[in-house]
Design a protein around this ligand. Structure first.
Ligand code: PLP
Length: 427
């Protein structure tokens, strides 16, 4: 079967542009005519540094990332960042509180190095009474992230500010109105997953209640809708995502982070202090300040994966030019409108699972024949016969899921629409 004969709608790893893969095959054997492949060069070489710098620049240009943000590459996977968010932001929360407590209790400046009994007692009390991490749970991935937070710091410190299942018969598929959310007064951060890959739920816009002067630090997981629409980066403290859906192949995770969260402006807390307070100390490879200080080269970075991401991004850059990411956004919207359009046209055959107001542009989750197992199997078999692959829903929810990450072409989406039409007419 030729690549050109199939369209792959799996959620990730997602397809990559064919021209990037063709070029990748060449550089794997011989990078820049040096007689050695890209996977065989040192991550500390000038070539590797150039790849890293170019990829960063492409991302910064595409997303208009302001200068006061840092871009990090890690190997953690999206799931590793569930933990990293907690380790790093709790540590920053503690350090801010320590400086304040030291100033007030000891009447000295924020440069106090040692922490006396009074400061420690005060911090202990503040941790017990005020340390809250807010999670908006709108699908399987934000649920997992909140569970990881509870595992690391204890459930008493995790405030599930919204659990969308409560508003939808125990199932994900909606984003309840912000007036129904129950945020903490002074959350260390507020976390949400911008696009829930498994459940097909996407935030239509940045939540209003997380804007403004009193807003907490906002963290968003964009693993499955990264560089698919315009984002006002300045509203976020941290954006992260694995590369394997929209940006590249499996192996790297990107973190976009407000520089003010990094030392020296806001040093991470002393590990000894964290331990004494009963809070976790994270592994060094998840420590954002360490990764930033070392230009993402604290340990061996898979440079080939960074190169792939760079190629995908510079491809978008040259395709959409000054339109930047809005060009990709238009295509994503068109693909989604086309597919949802035909699903809505045949309500007796198809049922889109999430509520209309929260439908994802990236992962379209629906049922065929009321969720009848045999009918869905037949639907999938028929799709495979015409080269439409990867349409099976996530094992935890079943049904059908068409993931149309950036590399799924308009042509692929049109073929899927034609199949959906044909199937609906035939049953
Ligand atoms: N977050 C989202 C939205 C995802 O879709 C996924 C994986 O599919 C993850 C996190 C976990 O990513 P990883 O498998 O890289 O740990």
């Amino acid at each position: 079967v030729a690549r050109s004969d199939v369209h792959y709608f799996g959620a990730g790893p997602a397809p990559l542009p064919t021209n990037v893969l063709e070029e990748a095959a060449k550089v794997l054997l011989n990078y820049k005519d040096k007689g050695i492949g890209i996977c065989e060069i040192s991550h500390r070489s000038a070539d590797a540094n150039e790849i890293l710098a170019n990829t960063k620049t492409s991302l910064a240009k595409l997303l208009d990332i302001p200068d006061d943000y840092e871009i990090l590459f890690l190997q953690s996977g999206g799931s590793g960042e569930f933990s990293a968010v907690v380790y790093n932001l709790v540590s920053i929360w503690v350090e801010k509180r320590r400086v304040k407590a030291a100033e007030q209790e000891l009447g000295s400046s924020g440069s106090v190095k040692s922490w006396g009994d009074a400061v420690f007692k005060r911090l202990q009390k503040e941790v017990a009474e005020e340390l809250k991490l807010d999670y908006l749970v709108t699908g399987s991935w934000s649920l997992k992230a909140s569970q990881e937070a509870a595992r690391l710091v204890g459930a008493e410190h995790v405030n599930v500010a919204v659990d969308s299942r409560k508003a939808n018969d125990g199932k994900f598929g909606v984003i309840p109105p912000e007036s129904e959310w129950t945020p903490s007064k002074k959350a260390a951060f507020a976390y949400f997953c911008d696009n829930e890959t498994v459940d097909g739920v996407e935030f239509p816009a940045f939540p209003k209640s997380l804007e403004g002067e009193d807003a907490p630090l906002v963290v968003a997981d964009m693993s499955s809708n990264f560089i698919s629409r315009k984002v006002d980066v300045s509203k976020y403290a941290v954006i992260f995502g694995g590369a394997q859906k929209n940006i590249g192949n499996t192996g790297i995770t990107i973190v976009i982070l407000r520089k003010s969260l990094l030392p020296p402006a806001s040093a991470a807390a002393d590990p000894e202090l964290l331990r004494a307070l009963g809070l976790p100390v994270g592994p060094i490879v998840l420590d954002w300040p360490t990764i930033a200080k070392n230009n993402s080269l604290y340990n061996t970075l898979p440079i080939f994966d960074v190169w792939i991401a760079g190629q995908v991004m510079s491809g978008l850059e040259s395709t959409y030019g000054v339109k930047k990411i809005s060009g990709q956004e238009e295509v994503s919207n068109d693909k989604a409108a086309m597919i949802y359009g035909v699903l809505d046209k045949y309500p007796e055959v198809y049922r889109v699972v999430p509520h209309k107001s929260a439908r994802s542009r990236m992962n379209i989750c629906f049922r065929v024949g009321g969720g009848d197992a045999e009918k869905e199997k037949a639907f999938l078999t028929g799709a495979e016969k015409v080269g439409l692959l990867g349409l099976k829903g996530h094992r935890s929810v079943g049904g059908i899921r068409a993931s149309k990450d950036n590399a799924v072409s308009l042509d692929g989406a049109k073929k899927l629409v034609a199949y959906l039409e044909g199937y609906a007419k035939a049953v």
